[in-house]
Design a protein around this ligand. Structure first.
Ligand code: 5GP
Length: 118
């Protein structure tokens, strides 16, 4: 699938749609999810044009991959949820119901999230 420059997160990155920014560095941008599923629900995205996790894993540079993963850890620390716990989710394509075709990671925490597989 080709990257759609008009997807919602591309518009957020270009500042065309407002968001509640949480974090930014050279390669990564993060903001609150508009429809929170937990007290803390943050979307962490690469600035580069990657459609999905598979696209990111295949094409992103080592710097981008490290930067995104480090950002997850930094944001979790900054939000004070490292000890209490958090969940990281990334939906890829149809079976996972990925809605926005720009790779993103959901960081959820701030409450007991329940078991994922039971
Ligand atoms: P997906 O199902 O693709 O993994 O998740 C997409 C997420 O993007 C959803 O949790 C949805 O609430 C969030 N989202 C969709 N549109 C917007 C928007 O315009 N602003 C923000 N902040 N989040 C959005």
């Amino acid at each position: 699938m080709a990257y759609d420059q008009n997807n919602i997160f591309a518009k957020i990155l270009r500042g065309e749609i407002p968001c509640e920014k949480v974090f930014e560095n050279e390669h990564v941008f993060a903001f609150n999810d508009i429809s929170r599923k937990a007290p803390i629900h943050i979307l962490i995205i690469p600035k580069g044009p990657y459609v999905s996790s598979a696209d990111f894993y295949e094409k992103a540079s080592a710097d981008e991959i490290v930067s995104l993963n480090r950002a997850i850890g930094e944001i979790a620390k900054e939000k004070g949820i490292v000890e209490s716990g958090y969940r990281v989710i990334s939906n890829h394509a149809a079976h996972a119901h990925q809605e926005v075709p720009h790779y993103h990671v959901h960081l959820l925490g701030g409450a007991d999230l329940g078991g994922c597989f039971n």
